[in-house]
Design a protein around this ligand. Structure first.
Ligand code: GAP
Length: 446
């Protein structure tokens, strides 16, 4: 983990947040390369979850959440962790995460600590201005259920996907970006006919495992854990966690829950109780507001299968898996980030042989511009004049292709392409470079 943290800082993937003022625990910022990697991961999820399917719509909802949403979702009462104090040193921590120095010491009785961040909306601060930063993106999907079916005419089964920030005031954030207080989730709420839920749950577990494999996580580093007893969330009939062997141990990367009709049912019932939007309810046959008509025109509250993945945990797992130190034949070592190419922050570096040589640098920029037009990802010109150093840097940050421009490029219209993993170099015609680049990036499944 220390090596990963150091690499992330040195190369500009991830920084401690608010660092110059001493930092805030459990918050991290993504640097110039981190933002690319994270966006690539989110795009890969969006493509496979929304674009490549015919049964999922997307959504992007507000983070600030009405307190009633979280009251009726159960979060106000149950989204808590047991907090204890060490009577000898005064440290505060989660009852199930006792720090070494407090093992064997006398602890206070555990009290339930709610993990939600509360804030206030508008200039007057009183009970009616309270709002929460959402602790999961899912609730906003549920309360938009009717908006989505009315505007898209969907029928079951279908899903609503969202990627966005969630906030939890974790008692003990730890392990770099594994457990933080502000993080991103990629969540799908997949609505199905009750009775078909268990079959869909299995299908989604398989789908999600195979997606992580496509992101470069080997199957043997993943484990499926059926969550039982007290660990099961208040809304879940059954949950399967995809566990990954992080540097600090095997822990949850994604959870796939069968949330039944808990959330839609709860919001529906309470809309009626609160007499909100009564006219809408009447159109929908009184108490079935967050409901959908089945093929027999009956209004039903569907069940929900929810694959919910952490973006930050995904980034950590992917960097950890890609991080490789290779022995070279000359007894030297090289660090190489063997990222899947669709995830690489930089797709190609174009390197003029001589720094600031006008013709070489101009040609390099022309090639960069022509490749950038494909919108496959970022292409950079590396105007350092040091080819070896540029290769080492781009190996370390996972750039799959380096393209060197030398004097032959000017005379013979060729450039040298170097492959990150094999380190093989070959000469190609500059006229063919666009086609080469396109072919190279189009042959990988996402
Ligand atoms: N909507 C369901 C839900 O939020 P969860 O198991 O609490 O379920 C889903 O969270 C995923 O979100 C986790 O598998 C994890 O990847 C990520 N996650 C949860 N809490 C996190 C935290 N404090 N820091 C980073 N990621 C977190």
């Amino acid at each position: 983990m220390e090596d990963l943290v150091a690499l992330c800082k040195r190369r500009g993937f991830i920084f401690q947040s608010n660092e110059i003022y001493g930092g805030i625990q459990g918050l991290y910022d993504y640097g110039p390369l981190g933002v690319e990697l994270k966006n690539n991961l989110k795009n890969a999820w969006w493509k496979s979850t929304v674009y490549n399917r015919d049964d999922v719509e997307g959504l992007d909802t507000s983070i600030l959440t009405h307190p009633d949403v979280l009251k009726y979702s159960g979060h106000q009462d149950t989204f808590t962790d047991p907090l204890v104090d060490c009577k000898s040193c005064g440290l505060r921590f989660r009852e199930d995460q006792i720090p070494e120095q407090c093992i064997g010491e006398e602890l206070t009785d555990p009290r339930e600590f709610n993990l939600m961040f509360e804030t206030s909306v508008g200039p007057i601060v009183d009970d009616s201005s309270v709002a929460y930063l959402r602790p999961e993106t899912a609730q906003q999907i549920y309360i938009n259920f009717k908006n989505v079916i009315d505007s898209t005419s969907r029928s079951l089964p279908f899903g609503i996907a969202q990627i966005g920030k969630s906030f939890r005031n974790e008692i003990t954030p730890r392990n770099f970006i594994f457990r933080v207080r502000e993080f991103e989730q990629m969540e799908l709420e997949f609505f199905v006919t009750p009775g078909e839920d268990e079959e869909w749950h299995k299908r989604w577990v398989d789908e999600r495992v195979s997606w992580w494999i496509d992101q470069g996580i080997p199957r043997d580093k993943l484990e499926l854990l059926t969550v039982t007893g007290d660990d099961l969330a208040h809304y879940s009939k059954s949950t399967v966690d995809i566990m990954y062997q992080f540097p600090h141990g095997s822990e949850e990367l994604e959870g796939i829950a069968n949330r039944t009709d808990f959330d839609l049912g709860s919001h529906t019932k309470n809309q009626k109780e609160l007499n909100i939007n009564a006219n809408v309810m009447e159109n929908n046959d009184s108490n079935t507001r967050l409901a959908i008509q089945n093929e027999n025109n009956e209004w039903i509250v569907p069940y929900v299968i929810e694959p919910s993945a952490g973006v930050d945990r995904g980034v950590l797992a992917i960097i950890n898996e890609a991080y490789t130190i290779e022995e070279l034949p000359d007894n030297k070592k090289r660090t190489v980030l063997k990222l899947k190419k669709h995830l690489s922050p930089i797709k190609a570096a174009v390197i003029p042989l001589k720094r600031n040589n006008e013709d070489l640098v101009k040609l390099a920029h022309d090639i960069k511009t022509s490749l950038q037009k494909f919108q496959i990802g970022r292409v950079v010109v590396e105007n350092t004049g040091n080819i070896g150093k540029s290769y080492r840097k781009h190996d370390e940050i996972g750039t799959p292709l380096c393209m060197t421009i030398d004097f032959d490029s000017l005379e013979k219209n060729t450039l040298t392409v170097r492959d990150r993993d094999s380190m093989e170099q070959k000469s190609i015609k500059i006229d063919d470079v666009k086609q080469f680049f396109m072919n190279y990036f189009s042959d990988e499944s996402e």
